[in-house]
Design a protein around this ligand. Structure first.
Ligand code: ATP
Length: 373
């Protein structure tokens, strides 16, 4: 069974008046692809730098594979880092760049170095590039070389700080799939810093969503998306509709919530957990639109509304619907059954909205957050 590879215990980092990292407790498992996700300035880079030894915590403890490394310099930690500006040595060839760490460590025969470099270039799909200099390869290829260089010493943990930030969107998407494959192949723990939610979701086993120096929620991509528990997490991982309401009894395994327009909807009782004021959250793609006269399934939650706007965006159509209580809801409908403009719902049309109780989440902290927008 895999154990804990990296442990942060009550880690705090202050820069003068700025509280960059605020009492973070974290356990990253051996072999895990773990991401720190959050907006600019939330403390993710500082957290990563403390794990790498480039920054000392103001207080708290950092352990790598059970060893307290809080005060160890970077070169004494079994950790390597890949930065956004990959910093290859411009005067060295690709081969020499990748071999650099091995040679510096010493004790290996040329034959072994050659075979290890060959293995690494194969892993990052750059065989045949050995003799090129960094200015003779593309940005994506340079990032692969940086990765090969960081992995060749077989560190226990690889830290990656927005390594794809300098690449264009298409290349970034390709590299995300590549990075995930490489991580699975080498089985090394990756800790990845990004502000891009899609990037984190594509690659990670688990994600800590950070805000103002600590994480608000930690989990696998699916549970973070399907069941966010704070407004910030709901808003950071995609679009969501949040409807304020109050607890109004139970119905079997469900809690009943009364919304602003007096509609009563059901949500899994465990999500409400005894709270009175909540916000019911529904992702836009979970809502079905139908003619208000058609019979709806009693299993679903239902609301009435009027289409305010319809935007055809190719793969789906985005509707803005105003509920009777005055809330604006975003609804995505895949362009499958209704695919032409004439078949779409039109502004002014009245619609019935429905979704299953299992497709709701519940926000318990109802205080507004300035980082939501
Ligand atoms: P970004 O995505 O913009 O890199 P981040 O989430 O990685 O942001 P950090 O770089 O960890 O955020 O910064 C967290 C906070 O600490 C910010 O308010 C930043 O201004 C501050 N900070 C970071 N490094 C220093 C430093 N060396 N001196 C002073 N303040 C710093």
């Amino acid at each position: 069974m895999p154990g804990v590879d990296v442990r942060l215990v009550d880690v705090v980092k202050r820069f003068g008046e700025t509280l960059a990292v605020d009492h973070v407790n974290l356990e990253v498992q051996d072999g895990e692809f773990f991401s720190l996700l959050g907006p600019s300035g939330c403390g993710k880079t500082t957290t990563l730098r403390m794990i790498g030894g480039f920054e000392e915590p103001t207080s708290g403890l950092i352990e790598l594979q059970g060893q307290d490394v809080t005060w160890l310099p970077p070169y004494k930690r079994n950790v390597n880092t890949v930065f956004q500006n990959y910093a290859l040595f411009p005067h060295l060839t690709v081969y020499e760049n990748v071999a650099f760490g091995l040679k510096r460590r010493g004790g290996l025969k040329d034959g072994e170095i050659k075979s290890r470099v060959g293995e690494m270039l194969k892993l990052v799909e750059l065989p045949g590039f050995d003799k090129r200099k960094p200015n003779q390869i593309s940005g994506g290829q340079a990032q692969r070389v940086a990765l090969a260089r960081a992995l060749i010493n077989r560190p226990a943990v690889l830290l990656l700080d927005e390594p794809l930030g300098a690449l264009d969107l298409k290349l970034r998407k390709q590299m995300q799939v590549e990075l995930k494959r490489i991580q699975q192949e080498v089985g090394i723990t990756f800790i990845y810093v990004t502000h891009d939610q899609e990037e984190a979701m594509t690659m990670s086993d688990r994600i800590a969503v950070m805000n103002r120096g600590s994480y608000e929620q930690l989990g696998d991509p699916e549970s973070l998306y399907e069941r966010p528990t704070t407004r910030f997490v709901a808003g950071f991982l995609g679009v969501s509709n949040l409807l304020p309401g109050t607890a109004d009894g139970t119905a079997g395994a469900y809690a009943v919530i009364r919304l602003a327009d007096n509609t009563r909807v059901r949500v899994p009782a465990a999500l409400v957990n005894g709270n009175h004021n909540v916000e019911v959250g529904i992702r836009p793609e979970k809502i079905r639109l139908a003619n208000p006269d058609s019979a709806a399934s009693p299993e679903t939650n239902q609301m009435r509304g009027v289409i305010k706007d319809a935007s055809y965006i190719g793969v789906s159509t985005q509707y803005i619907v105003e509920s009777r209580g005055g809330s604006q809801l975003t609804v995505y409908e895949q362009n499958v059954e209704r695919a032409t403009r004439a078949e779409l719902w039109a502004p002014g049309e009245e619609v019935a909205l429905s979704w299953t109780p299992e497709h709701t989440f519940v926000i318990k902290d109802t205080t507004p957050h300035d980082a939501d927008n």
